[in-house]
Design a protein around this ligand. Structure first.
Ligand code: FES
Length: 80
């Protein structure tokens, strides 16, 4: 389910930052992070988030593509 562009999750792994994840297809919500600044688009039409969750900045990095530099919040992230 890729379009040749790295997801935020994949980009983090490439940069040595491991975020929690499981399904990697926008379903399980294991990877949920808060977007502090920046913009993303999604690989899928209906990522598993409610409109209210999106409105306050939650996003799913496994299916999100960065459209700008991002600042995100995920307390369980680990540097590798
Ligand atoms: S890893 Fe399952 S929604 Fe992101």
């Amino acid at each position: 389910m890729t379009d040749g562009v790295a997801s935020v999750l994949e980009s983090g792994l490439q940069a040595g930052v491991e975020l929690p994840s499981s399904c990697r297809n926008g379903t399980c919500r294991e990877c949920m992070c808060r977007l502090i600044s920046g913009n993303v688009r999604y690989r899928i039409d209906w990522p598993g988030l409610s409109a209210d969750e999106k409105a306050v900045g939650w996003f799913l990095p496994c299916v999100a593509i960065a459209r700008s530099d991002l600042q995100i919040e995920q307390p369980l992230a680990q540097a590798r």
